[in-house]
Design a protein around this ligand. Structure first.
Ligand SMILES: Nc1cc(-c2ccc3cc[nH]c3c2)n[nH]1
Length: 242
């Protein structure tokens, strides 16, 4: 997979070179290119923003700079790409979306700043390629870069070979529509808190049941919306008895 990120703060994307993602890049599982939007400006001030039509606070990112940048970035690789634009007004980014993105050959991220990017940029490219305006949560960041870090990490970990143990991704929270339950490791007792006995019993059937029950309890308590969204056949009789 190739990932391109266009931003006025390339340094914000440095974490993509670290740890798990850095190794994925180093082993060729992932190809990441970060581009400075200002490289496509032609004025001495390298202006990328201007006042909003209709008035209002802040500035809006100018369409022509974005157009020149995205034209060049898209042309640099023949693989079909999906343009992803983080915005508080976007569709929620979910684990299902992460799986869909992991199947893409190429993702191009446009990082907005200020009050965002002139809407005509999204409208223009949406006429010729898939474009997603996505939100990583109902809170407002200062720019799209942090959202890109979140999305790239959620997607990259799903790529074959990136995670040491592929079962981790298969047993993720949300993989079965539920939140993960609690996890424990040594010591058996820590500050008077003991590990639940069933987890030390060696009874794999009882352990699986206990973990499922804890996941159901946690999901019902913290995210009843996920319970409501489960398909009718998702809960078995034992689940319903909980
Ligand atoms: N989920 C979420 C996305 C954002 C976001 C994305 C891009 C820009 C550009 C300027 N402010 C931004 C905020 N905030 N919260």
């Amino acid at each position: 997979m190739r990932i391109d990120v266009v931003t006025i703060f390339p340094g914000y994307l440095a974490p993509l070179r670290e740890a798990l993602l850095g190794r994925a890049v180093g082993t060729g599982l992932l190809d990441i290119a970060v581009h400075d939007l200002r490289d496509w400006t032609h004025d001495v001030h390298q202006a990328v923003d201007d006042a909003p039509y209709g008035g209002g606070p802040g500035m809006v990112m100018r369409p022509h700079v974005w157009g020149e940048a995205l034209d060049d970035v898209l042309a640099a690789d023949p693989r079909p790409a999906r343009l992803v634009v983080p915005t508080p007004a976007g569709r929620p980014f979910t684990q299902a979306a992460a799986h869909a993105y992991a199947a893409q050959e190429r993702l191009v991220f446009a990082c907005g700043r200020y009050e965002g990017i002139d809407q005509r940029v999204v409208d223009h490219y949406a006429a010729s390629m898939p474009v997603d305006e996505i939100s990583i949560g109902d809170y407002v960041l200062v720019g799209g870069e942090v959202a890109v870090l979140v999305v790239v990490e959620a997607v990259a970990r799903l790529l074959p070979g990136v995670l040491g143990n592929p079962r981790s991704a298969a047993e993720d929270s949300f993989s079965d529509g539920l939140l993960e339950g609690p996890a424990y490791t040594r010591p058996e007792v820590w500050r008077g808190h003991a590990v639940p006995e069933v987890l030390r019993s060696g009874n794999h059937g009882a352990i699986a049941r206990w973990r499922r029950d804890r996941a159901l309890e946690r999901t019902a308590e913290r995210r009843p919306d996920l319970i409501a969204a489960l398909p009718p056949d998702a809960l078995d009789e034992a689940d319903r008895a909980l």
